[in-house]
Design a binder for this molecule. Structure first.
Ligand SMILES: [Zn+2]
Length: 135
């Protein structure tokens, strides 16, 4: 039986006894119990959120320019560094154009990782490969 059920039963008993002052006190007590339960529920929800954030933070690895979630042997991501650092949101990055180029569809930032080859450099690499092929 919950504390509210108990308060309701006490109210019914006091009502039967016909004591108006006791009925008002029980109703006040019942209101305070409802208020305390709401505060308790909000705190339990906040605690659950903090536990979840803490669990995520312990699994998060920053490998510039993005984050990865590491669970056991699995690696999930990459996730946007800006969105996580600013709002603690894990927003999955999308491959954007050439290999090594990523876009966050939430904050619209575009990042490049170690595998990205800048276009100017890419044309030199292809030119070198072409020259090597001709020799
Ligand atoms: Zn973002």
């Amino acid at each position: 039986m919950s504390i509210l059920d108990t308060a309701t039963k006490v109210f019914e008993l006091v009502k039967k006894a016909g004591n108006i002052e006791a009925q008002e006190l029980v109703m006040t007590l019942r209101g305070e119990v409802v208020e305390l339960q709401a505060i308790n529920n909000a705190q339990a929800s906040e605690l659950q959120g903090l536990k979840r954030k803490s669990e995520i933070a312990s699994q998060l690895e920053f490998d510039p320019p993005y984050y990865w979630l590491e669970k056991n042997e699995d690696r999930d991501g990459p996730f946007c560094q800006l969105c996580y650092d600013k709002d603690e949101k894990l927003i999955r990055l999308q491959k954007w154009g050439q290999s090594g180029r990523w876009k966050c569809l939430s904050c619209t930032s575009i990042v490049t990782d170690k595998s990205y080859v800048f276009p100017k450099l890419r044309s030199r690499i292809y030119l070198n490969l072409d020259n090597q092929a001709r020799q």
